[in-house]
Design a protein around this ligand. Structure first.
Ligand code: MRU
Length: 347
């Protein structure tokens, strides 16, 4: 089953708030509810929210009562703003919505139904492409993984973070499918615990050997020489190779460099934002402090205790050994290699 899909005229998502305790499917027939599902992290992970937003816009087209193509495009423009505001950091969301809006604005459609059908086809294509791209990244990244490697991983970048297969965990999966004997250390990833809840759930099902680590233990195992490579995903990569990813990624990257361990980011070219010259320009989502003080409704301190909850940080390019894309592994200088990867050239 795909993480996000279009089934019987509705958007279908695996409800990631329930995993690993329950596999519950959520259905959406209102684009505003899709946007809310992105914000509350029913669906999360950069490529998955891109596909969800694309299906959300296709849904908005079905919901609109517009009688002319021009009126439908106006309704779509409003829906696009709502969907793009759902989460700010992962550029895949805006990338997918803008792609569909460009089709709506530039295409020539006989009537509203033709436009509705074209948008749904385009959203389905984004979802199908994501799976294919992830498999290509998996194959490219698996060349970095040697038999016997222990891999440190942060957050969740598997099938659940994408339409299917995954990015950094897609590389793990590809290496495992090639018969390499590997072990994965999964940062639990406070405060929402995507590593412990989601990545471990996925590796359990795949049969890949893993242990969950407290986030604070990564340096300990690096110092002991037990980690061969770090693999993470990305929510947005600036033109210079600075990488925004789940909070805590930066400190892992610094520790990896200190300990001489290669640090790779695995991300599709749709995550690369060439319009930003450096990571300083990437908007960082600040989430509800209650996620820190009361994770999943379980208070760990009294409710009035103060907390901060930045959802992402930026790892400067000097800590990044390479960026695995569907078009190959981009290496420094990233200003050149990322531009070529985005243009579809093999890097
Ligand atoms: O807040 P989340 O869970 O959406 O954050 C997800 C991440 O940071 C992932 O590492 C990133 O989206 C890449 S996933 C393929």
């Amino acid at each position: 089953m795909r993480t996000v899909d279009w089934v019987d005229g509705r958007v279908q998502m695996i409800d990631q708030k329930q995993i690993p305790w329950k596999l519950e499917i959520a259905y959406f027939d209102d684009y505003k509810a899709v946007a809310a599902g992105i914000t509350d992290m029913t669906v999360r992970g950069a490529p998955a929210i891109g596909a969800a937003a694309a299906f959300g816009l296709a849904l908005a087209a079905q919901q609109s009562e517009a009688q002319s193509v021009a009126a439908l495009v106006e309704d779509l423009a409003q829906a696009a703003e709502v969907l793009k505001a759902a989460r700010p950091t992962a550029v895949n969301l805006a990338w997918a919505v803008d792609k569909l809006m460009a089709l709506a604005q530039e295409g020539s459609f006989a009537d509203v139904d033709a436009l509705r059908a074209a948008l749904l086809d385009a959203a389905k294509q984004i979802a199908d492409d994501d799976v294919e791209i992830n498999r290509r990244m998996g194959a490219n990244g698996a060349t970095l993984i040697e038999d016997g490697f222990t891999i440190l991983h942060h957050c969740n970048t598997g099938a659940l973070a994408t339409v299917d297969y995954g990015t950094a965990l897609g590389v793990v999966r590809a290496a495992f499918e090639q018969g390499k004997k590997i072990h994965v250390l999964l940062d639990e990833t406070r405060p929402r615990l995507q590593g412990a809840r989601l990545s471990a759930w996925e590796l359990e099902q795949l049969g890949v050997s893993y242990d969950i680590l407290p986030d604070t233990a990564a340096g300990y195992y690096m110092q002991k020489g037990e980690i061969d490579i770090v693999l993470v995903g990305a929510d947005r990569i600036a033109a210079n190779g600075d990488v925004a990813n789940k909070i805590g990624t930066y400190q892992i990257a610094v520790l990896a460099k200190e300990n001489g361990i290669p640090f790779y980011t695995v991300a599709p070219t749709s995550t690369i934002d060439l319009s930003l010259s450096s990571g300083a320009e990437i908007p960082i989502e600040q989430r509800d402090p209650a996620e820190v003080t009361t994770p999943y409704g379980n208070p760990i301190v009294p409710p009035h205790f103060k907390a901060r909850n930045p959802a992402f940080d930026v790892t400067p390019n000097r800590y990044v050994s390479g960026i695995v894309t569907e078009n190959g592994i981009a290496r420094p200088p990233y200003v050149d290699s990322l531009k070529r990867a985005v243009a579809g050239e093999k890097v």
